[in-house]
Design a protein around this ligand. Sequence first.
Ligand code: GAL
Length: 451
Amino acid sequence: MNEVSKNNVFDKSLFGQNFKWGVSTSAYQIEGAHDTGGKGNSIWDKFSEEKGRINNGHHGKITCDFYNRFEDDLKLIKELNIPNFRFSISWSRILPKGIGDVNQEGIDYYNKIIDSCIEKGIEPWITLYHWDLPHELEAKGGWTNRKIIYWFTEYVEICAHAFGDRVKHWMVLNEPMVFTGAGYFLGVHAPGKKGLSNFLPALHHAVLAQAQGIRVLKSIVANAEVGTTISCSHIEPYDSNLRNSLAAKRIDILVNRMFLEPLLGRGYPIIHKKLTAKLNKYILPGDEILMKADFDFIGIQNYTREIVKHSWYTPFLKAKIISADKRSVPITAMNWEIYPESIYNVLKQFGSYAEIKKIIITENGAAFNDTVVDEKVEDFHRKEFLENYLQQVLRARKEGVCVEGYFVWSLLDNFEWSEGFYPRFGIVHVDFETQKRTIKASGAWFKEFLK
Ligand code: GAL
């Protein structure tokens, strides 16, 4: 049965007064201005120039032009009654070459955003790394080079000193399994590298950077709430066959536990002994301690569940994911199953770790083929999606899971990585020709919900 508040509506009061409501974005997906304000190239600038990498040859050179329009977009956030705004810093705006000379214009730009948020009563939440590594660092090996821990430390220190007096909520990495998996194993995201010899060092260095970033922020920013974000899906076996159940366990380790458990001080979970032996080659004495850090919250980013079957053909994992369109289930424009209980299940799973004291849903949302008709976008399917997922968040919260916030992905339709502009995730529609913004029905619903 659906939950309703005293006023007979499903609204924010059901989640308690201190629950954090917000909306999420990321720099490369919305800013544009790819070569303005002293910014250096990032791996996504380079990757989207390569032929055949992005659907329809799209790129993020302009995207939502947030760089020039942030003032109006922040006004929209305010208009929608959204009290918290999550955005990311573009590393190559701050350090055009990744290390060395600081670009003051980049610092000034983020200062303007932060100050404008505060002026409007919107709390800024910063993600330090949302996938747009400076290209010059990739030329030195990027995440496969252990030196990245020092490069990242330098960058985090600069941001902490520049913004930490006003920004108290920080996330170190955005979905490290996605940027290492898609970027350094499958080659479908920037920088387009493939194979275990790229993936395993990238994974280990990202695990170390995740903990290091938390330590640096905690040591510089007074009263900071520091966390990191993890892409998580509820994983289920295709049927009760033992082989499929074991395959699902291995995918669960890879997707949900690989970046979390080292941070908690539990070391890497084991998928396959031989894979662990390969990973061990990159682990130096003392790393186990450096992988752990004292964080304040874990950011959970959930969209769907995955159904898994055993497969002889995938090395080590011996598992394959059965895509949603092959299962006759409701799907979004990303071909992700709409399955609200997934968020409940991952909340229960993450909430069961004693070391996790606070969970914030830092992303949840859906892509649909929205169209503007008579200046309106009637995306009732998105409204229903958000409402149904939120019901499941509330269910987990009522059962004692320490979930204390929820951020919608995303404020605006934006550049959806290798998918280009086709999947629209916004609660605000963007016409990419004219840059006109139109609040969708889902946005109007969220505004009412938050009133
Ligand atoms: C996440 C990612 C976002 C956004 C979203 C929708 O994995 O952090 O940048 O693209 O998925 O696909």
